[in-house]
Design a protein around this ligand. Structure first.
Ligand code: C2E
Ligand code: MG
Ligand code: MG
Length: 757
């Protein structure tokens, strides 16, 4: 055996040229190499699998180098070790022994190829130092020599080795080297092609299954290929569209200029993306998000265009819905405050230019809360929707109705020439709203109060106009509801006064500037004093005694009523006990504001007043108005039942004026009905008031309740009440509300009923 390296353990690679020239080969050898290449090509042409081709290379080379075996080992890119990839003649056990080989100076010919990045020709594996770690393998499989060369990837990285191992000691001739060189190069190409095909297949699968549409165009914009998503999106099959241009998908939403600009951008910047309206095969137009990129070859010349696109009609619908919801009221579908403000401000801008007016109408339904609470919320909702429809009918196309929330609506009248025009619309709105409506099978009627502020007269900012229309609306409410009021400077002054009162009321609570006056209540049958109603007064440092009508409303709005009411309860109970101690056992009636009553700690306030004073509960009567009971009935009922269980008395104040359903009288354990003074006032003259009063008295009797008439000023009134069988009375006829000391004097003077000791 020709041994060029002898038994030297140190490799002398310089002895072998990097690449062998064909001219160095004999003619016969050249032909053999040609045959080898043709045989491999044949396998490729037959569509053989990459593994089969590589095996074929090994076997063909074994034929050309008898008594040898060809093996391919590939580097593991993670661990950096070598595994046998092909070795059709290597026994399975040999494969197992070689697998996982770590390249190093003693790791055999293949390991050294990797270790030195150079071919290794080992003629004596039993003695060569390069086979030190594999010596046993060499013995066991009788591998006497082993020549190994690198296998390269397309980017000239060593990815593995191709080796011919012989069962005899031999050194390679130029022909053998050429065999190794050709084999390694074919194997490199086959491996590379396999890698590309695999990633192409992966790519194709991804595109075929993509949720995005995909299209390849040539440079003249002819469609070369589309994916299945395209067909699902557009309705055209691949056959129908291939060879056409995307013009077939155009909608008439864009002009030629749009497409020109789009393609210009693709040509200049290599890409374009944006929203395009397209047409499906069935004619339907839809928005898509389109992405076009140019594909360039190595010289930078564009060869293809790739378009990816997705149908964004769903997203558009959702966006529109969100846009709609954020600018509209969900219940009535009317514009909300944000959109309303927008429209009003545009209307003001136009009005400023054209010198006309804009009116802001602030509308609030009267007593809506009561209806809502007593009929249930779904009826309330139906009512609001019905009002919304009616309001829209009262205004023109260019005007806007908006729901602010609750039962509050805003209306913008955008093109007002004369203020008189507003009046006409206001009258129309009042009567439209007041017409009966059929809600859940019931005929209901409802009224509203409207405040009006006008641009430019009352302000030129939305916020100002809104505030002023609101003040005007409160004036409409105060004027008895079911009416409208324009904003005036007087209203402004009143509101400022309102603010001032709120401010000094806070001071009053801190400094306890309140006092209670008492008004006697008389039993009409016996003429005896049976009770006293406590009525609050504000002892104002500069303005003297302020009546409750001037501040209770503000105290309710500011929440101060809770503290004030708590003080009233404590003070009234303390007074009642003082009178009892003085031998005057009177029931003291205390007025309770709705705000105070609905607060969670009202019961606590009662218990504390009774506890601190030591008053027995049956000497305390609370006066509630009907509206308090009708709100949130279930909760009110349980609270009232608890209070009644304590022994407290309950009177319904101002009876007959509320939006009464009467049925609550069966539910609540009421003791007294206080007939409102508005009915009592005219009983001498007005037959209707007489009828109402006598009806209330009779109803009270049949329900086993006591009736007390408020505001009795004359003997004639008293006589009528007595005739009707009214149980008790209270009014200036007996006494005005008076301070407690004066009250004692009054009792003494009366000389009847309970006696002061
Ligand atoms: P109310 O409970 O209906 O009280 C009766 C009102 O009629 C009292 O007015 C009383 O002074 C007045 N009045 C009594 N007899 C006659 C009469 O013969 N003729 C006329 N014209 N009026 C008469 P006042 O004291 O101004 O109280 C007004 C309202 O303020 C009360 O109406 C009550 O709703 C409320 N109020 C009074 N004190 C309190 C209180 O401590 N807390 C709460 N929350 N409200 C109170
Ligand atoms: Mg009262
Ligand atoms: Mg009253």
């Amino acid at each position: 055996m020709n041994d060029m390296l002898g038994s030297s353990a140190s490799p002398d690679q310089a002895a072998y040229p990097a690449s062998v020239e064909y001219s160095a080969l004999t003619r016969a050898e050249q032909e053999q190499i040609l045959h080898l290449q043709q045989a491999v090509l044949e396998s490729v042409a037959q569509g053989a699998d990459h593994r089969a081709i590589i095996d074929r290379v090994c076997l063909l080379e074994e034929q050309l180098l008898p008594n040898s075996i060809g093996t391919v080992m590939l580097l593991d890119d993670i661990g950096g070790f070598l595994n046998v990839y092909a070795g059709p003649s290597l026994p399975a056990e040999g494969v197992e022994r070689l697998n996982g080989m770590r390249p190093g100076p003693g790791s055999g010919s293949c390991g050294n190829v990797i270790f030195h990045s150079a071919p290794q020709f080992v003629s004596h594996t039993f003695t060569d130092a390069r086979w030190q770690d594999l010596r046993q393998v060499a013995y066991d499989f009788n591998l006497c020599s082993c020549w190994s060369v690198p296998v390269y990837s397309a980017d000239r990285k060593i990815v593995g080795t191709f080796a011919l191992s012989s069962f005899e000691h031999r050194s390679p001739s130029p022909f053998h080297q050429k065999l190794l060189e050709i084999g390694a190069s074919i194997i490199g190409i086959v491996l590379e092609r396999h890698k590309v095909q695999a990633s192409l297949r992966l790519f194709e699968t991804a595109i075929a299954g993509s949720e995005e549409g995909f299209m390849i165009l040539d440079t003249s914009q002819l469609i070369l290929s589309v994916n299945p998503m395209f067909t699902r999106m557009y309705g055209y099959s691949a056959q129908e569209i291939i060879g056409q241009t995307p013009d077939k998908l155009r909608s008439d939403q864009h002009d030629d200029e749009f497409y020109l600009a789009m393609w210009q951008s693709v040509r200049h910047f290599g890409r374009w993306q944006g929203e395009v309206w397209r047409r499906r095969k069935n004619g339907e137009v839809f928005p898509e998000w389109l992405n076009i990129s140019a594909v360039n070859d190595a010289d930078g010349d564009t060869t293809h265009y790739i378009a990816t696109f997705s149908d964004i009609s769903q997203r558009k619908v959702a966006e529109a819905q969100i846009q709609y919801l954020s600018s509209h009221d969900a219940l009535t579908g009317l514009p909300n405050r944000v959109l309303f403000q927008d429209r009003l401000e545009s209307a003001i801008a136009l009005a400023a230019r054209d010198h006309h007016r804009v009116a802001l109408l602030n509308l609030d339904l009267d007593n809506f809360k009561l209806l809502n609470d007593s009929l249930g919320h779904s009826a309330g909702d139906a009512l609001l929707r019905s009002v919304a429809t009616r309001l829209k009918q009262c205004i023109s196309e260019t005007d806007t109705v908006s729901r602010l929330g609750g039962d509050a609506f805003l209306i913008a009248l955008t093109n007002v020439e004369r203020v008189d025009d507003i009046n006409t619309i206001l009258m129309d709105i009042l009567s439209q709203v007041a017409a009966p409506m059929n809600i859940v099978g019931r005929n209901l009627s409802l009224t509203c109060s409207i405040g009006v502020a006008v641009y430019p007269d009352d302000g030129d900012l939305f916020e100002t106009l809104l505030k002023r229309s609101d003040m005007a609306m409160y004036h409409a409410k105060e004027a008895g509801r079911n009416t409208y009021r324009f904003f005036t400077e007087q209203i402004n002054t009143d509101s400022l006064a309102h603010l001032r009162i709120a401010h000094s009321l806070r001071q009053a609570v801190k400094e306890n500037q309140f006092t209670l006056h008492y008004q006697p209540q008389i039993d009409l049958r016996t003429g005896q004093l049976i009770g006293a109603e406590a009525l609050i007064r504000w002892n104002h440092p500069t303005e003297g005694l302020v009546p409750p009508g001037d501040f209770i409303g503000i105290a309710e709005q500011t929440g101060l009523i809770v503290e004030i009411g708590d003080w009233v309860l404590h003070e009234a109970c303390r007074q009642a006990v003082a009178w009892q101690k003085a031998g005057l056992p009177l029931v003291v009636a205390v007025n309770i504001s709705a705000v105070q009553f609905r607060r969670g700690d009202f019961e606590q306030s009662i218990l504390s007043a009774l506890g601190q004073s030591g008053l027995a509960p049956q000497y305390l009567e609370i006066e509630l108005t009907e509206s308090v009971l009708l709100h949130d009935m279930d909760n009110m009922m349980s609270l009232i039942n608890r209070l009644k269980d304590l022994g407290l008395k309950l009177a319904i104040d101002d009876f007959g004026t509320g939006y009464s359903s009467l049925s609550y009288l069966k539910k609540f354990k009421v003791d007294r009905l206080k007939i409102d003074q508005s009915f009592v006032r005219d009983i001498a003259r007005d037959p209707e008031d007489r009828a109402i009063v006598s009806a209330i008295v009779q109803m009270a009797r049949s329900l086993n309740l006591r009736s007390i008439a408020e505001g009795v000023e004359t003997a004639a009134q008293l006589e009528f009440l007595s005739e009707q069988g009214c149980d008790e009375a209270q009014g200036y006829f007996y006494s005005r509300p008076i301070p407690p000391e004066a009250f004692e004097v009054f009792v003494r003077a009366m000389g009847t009923g309970a006696q002061l000791t």
